[in-house]
Design a protein around this ligand. Structure first.
Ligand code: HSE
Length: 320
């Protein structure tokens, strides 16, 4: 059997930073750093081949545990489709287990590929709940698919979300990525089961202020708005330098706000103008704590995930 619609399809998915401090499990932002999942061939059901180039090349090539394949299979089966086997080439630029939404990109990619198998592909709003159910929280997969800064709310299988307007060009996202990994699963285990009412109100104030300030362009509010007491105080202990990096970067010239990116250990600053001092301050704290790090200066991706054709005549090295 042949599936001509699927063969030669390329899914492009952006990195995402979730929470932005106060918006725990609620607010997420898509960034201009991408993974590409290329369908090189289509095969009999159950026959998978995965090649990973770039981030995770030594960890993700096992077909059975590859999250793109798992999500593709789950979505197909949910829709009663026998999933055709795939030969998949993943060109990965999103660092793994660093709080930049690499798993959400894989989930979104797999579900989008499954959608391409359908006789009548579903619109993205019908795909998002499927992705959220696989990922467990909405604040990476929703901005990954829609682009931009998105506020999401889940109730059972229902999902509500609002995408906020794009920031002005002078606003950038500076991300410092240390050479240590933290699995989201582990970063969720350290969170308390119950929180103090004062801390809940503190974080609620900031999350609402963050969404309102982003929508209104009140960037001067971000130092307050990205603060939280629900997860960062606990997660900051999970990586070297985590206990002081936010305070050290907050006051640096051109830094508007800073937070642990997703569940960490990367750190995200929203900066304006020239972001060099911000990047340097973040990497310096990691270095002083004995960890190598790299940084990215990124823009907000406003497009979200997309499906195209694999470009002809381009080999993996050129694309990566
Ligand atoms: N909101 C999730 C968390 C994001 O903080 O656990 C994980 O990437």
């Amino acid at each position: 059997m042949r599936y001509p619609d699927l063969e030669g399809v390329r899914v492009r998915v952006p990195a995402t930073t979730a929470n932005l401090g106060s918006g725990f499990d609620t607010i997420g932002l898509a960034l201009t750093l991408y993974n590409f999942y290329d369908v090189i061939g289509v095969d009999e059901p159950g026959a998978y081949k995965v090649e990973v180039i770039g981030e995770g090349s030594s960890e993700l090539s096992d077909e059975a545990s590859n999250l793109v394949i798992q999500s593709y299979e789950k979505a197909c089966r949910k829709w009663g489709i026998e999933p055709p086997g795939l030969s998949l080439r993943c060109l990965n630029a999103i660092p793994l287990c660093r709080g930049l939404g690499s798993s959400a990109s894989a989930v979104a990619g797999g579900v989008l590929l499954a959608n391409a198998v359908r006789d009548e592909p579903l619109p993205v709003e019908k795909l998002l709940p499927v992705m959220v159910a696989i990922e467990g929280h909405p604040d990476n997969v929703v901005p990954c698919c829609l682009g931009g800064l998105v506020v999401s709310c889940v109730d059972g299988e229902e999902l509500r979300y609002v995408k906020l307007p794009p920031p002005p060009e002078r606003i950038t996202a500076v991300v410092a990525v240390p050479d240590v990994q933290v699995r989201t699963e582990d970063a969720r285990k350290v969170l308390p089961k119950q929180v103090d009412m004062n801390d809940a109100v503190f974080s609620l104030n900031r999350a609402a202020l963050l969404a309102a300030s982003w929508a209104a362009g009140k960037w001067e509010n971000l130092p307050w708005a990205m603060d939280d007491r629900l997860h960062q105080p606990f997660r900051s202990k999970l990586f070297p330098g985590g206990d002081r990096i936010l305070d050290a970067v907050k006051t640096v010239r051109n830094c508007l706000g800073v937070a642990i990116s997703g569940s960490g250990p990367s750190v995200l600053a929203i900066a304006q103008g020239t972001p060099g001092d911000v990047a340097e301050a973040m990497c310096r704290v990691f270095s002083e704590n004995g960890v190598r790090s790299r940084f990215f200066v990124l823009n907000v991706d406003e497009e979200g995930a997309s499906l195209d054709d694999v470009p002809p005549e381009r080999n993996a090295r050129e694309v990566a």
